[in-house]
Write a protein that binds this ligand. Sequence first.
Ligand code: ADP
Ligand code: TRP
Length: 324
Amino acid sequence: MRVLSGIQSSGKLHLGNYLGALKQHIELHRDHECFYFIANYHALTTVQDADRQRELTRDVALDYLALGLDPNKAALFRQTDVPEVCELAWILSTVTGRGLLERAHSYKDKIAKGVAPSMGLMSYPLLMAADILIYDSDLVPVGKDQVQHIEMTQDMAGYFNNAYGVEVLKRPEARLNQAYTVPGIDGQKMSKTYGNTVDLFDTPKKARKRIMAIKTDSTPVEDPKDPDACNVFAILRLMASPEETEEMAAAYRGGGLGYGTVKKRLAELYEEQFGAARERRAQLEADSDYVEDALIDGAKRARAVATKVMARVRDACGLVTVRS
Ligand code: ADP
Ligand code: TRP
């Protein structure tokens, strides 16, 4: 079974990215063949500054490696190192109706947030489908907001196979973590674009400040509280053990537990879970050859699969593949 996922290099990664996506990426790579890439072609839809793009691309690689991804096990690579995905995206665009793309929630959300409605943003799901289909992927671990894109990918594989009457492209399945949608410090979905994140690799002081700023209601300390209606608890339950979560939920319902105390506990959990990774990240940052070598090696492995699938696709369409 081949697992594949991508993360855009469009900003600093945050707890929502980790709990919704990266955490399962790291878990899955221990027992499965995994391909993880930095979606830098996609990031061009929002970041159009070369220095910043280079920096953010490297940041995503460092984040994965610091969080424990072993690049000998999983192939970690830049999307742009397998440029065949752009060719497949074009081919998919010729079998996909415009209506499908017009229904994309993510396109509508991004426009509502002020992102320029470029053709690239509109075709985003075509490139994402190509990313998935070009590796014959079986499973795509993502957060809930990406599920519609995976369903579109399934549709596009079907359109292509039907158009050419052969089963060339494999239909993938989405895989969701327990963390469907992690709330940000204002209670909306945590997202780079909302400025409501707790970043993964902030200094302990900054992270604590963000955690202490999570929005809560004004229920007094002594009153009973509903754990299911609290932003702090929603994040805490994704980071604490099931036993501690149970205990904390009971304490909420019983009254006497203040939001400040829970926030402090969350800040401790953050430090326990990311403190060591932060140190590893600083060491890796000083070893740029290691990071670059890992990316080049990952791209080689991924491209070997992509060229084979593309040969199949071209052949099915009657396009000639020049063999070297
Ligand atoms: P952002 O919304 O901050 O721009 P991305 O779109 O780059 O995040 O998401 C990268 C990955 O992280 C995707 O798989 C996405 O589903 C997941 N993700 C992002 N935000 C959240 C969240 N708040 N809760 C759960 N998963 C999330
Ligand atoms: N659209 C994804 C996001 O914003 C990133 C992405 C690009 C991706 N291509 C992909 C995720 C292929 C999974 C598979 O998070």
